[in-house]
Design a binder for this molecule. Structure first.
Ligand SMILES: CC(C)(COP(=O)(O)OP(=O)(O)OC[C@H]1O[C@@H](n2cnc3c(N)ncnc32)[C@H](O)[C@@H]1OP(=O)(O)O)[C@@H](O)C(=O)NCCC(=O)NCCS
Length: 171
């Protein structure tokens, strides 16, 4: 099953909201309780969720909303000189385990290197999230380290793994 990334439309928002409003829909590693989608609605109306400090795309599969990807600015120093992107992804259950996550990571990396001046794209995920770790590795990300007890989720702290792909290594 092939997937493509495209900007979020207003009509997608109810699908994203329904899809991500349960632990099953978000996935155990992305369930942090109920969250408001008002800000997403406002952002889509304001700038299509495609601003200079980050954005989001829908993952579309055979005309269906299969999930979404996000990228936000993060800095390891002064933002003007040291910013990079941190990416995230949720695929809804029926679209997992079919190679879509791997393909979408690759497509997002290509897009961000092509259309922004970023040097480094990073992602972190739970130590136990084998599917995301493999999808990142297959998309060219390298493991950089373990972030101990970095994330509070479902009543306890979880270690995270930091991954990144850098432009220089691809040239
Ligand atoms: C994590 C996620 C994006 C991965 O995408 P995906 O389309 O399911 O993964 P793929 O089909 O591309 O598979 C990638 C690799 O993970 C493996 N994999 C897939 N699902 C797996 C599972 N449930 N358990 C273990 N390995 C799994 C695949 O076998 C493949 O590895 P391989 O090529 O070595 O065999 C997707 O499952 C998802 O959105 N999950 C819920 C939300 C989430 O966890 N997001 C990331 C949080 S940071």
């Amino acid at each position: 099953m092939s997937a493509k990334l495209r900007p979020i439309r207003e009509a997608d928002i109810p699908h994203l909201e329904t899809g991500a409003s349960t632990p099953e829909g978000s996935g155990d590693f992305q369930w942090f309780g109920f969250r408001t989608f008002h800000q997403l609605r406002e952002r889509v109306a304001a700038d299509g969720c495609l601003g200079p400090d980050g954005g989001a795309f829908v993952v579309e599969c055979a005309g269906a909303v299969a999930g979404w990807v996000t990228w936000v600015k993060h800095s390891w120093g002064p933002e003007a000189t040291s910013w990079n992107w941190t990416i995230g992804i949720i695929l809804f259950p029926e679209f997992r385990g079919r190679g879509i996550g791997t393909a979408v990571h690759k497509e997002l990396v290509e897009y961000l290197f092509a259309h922004t001046r970023v040097e480094r794209i990073q992602a972190s995920t739970d130590l136990s999230n084998v599917a995301e770790r493999r999808a990142l590795e297959k998309a060219g990300f390298r493991q950089e380290g373990i972030l101990r007890r970095a994330q509070w989720r479902m009543g306890k702290w979880h270690d995270q793994v930091l991954y990144a792909v850098v432009r220089e290594a691809r040239e």
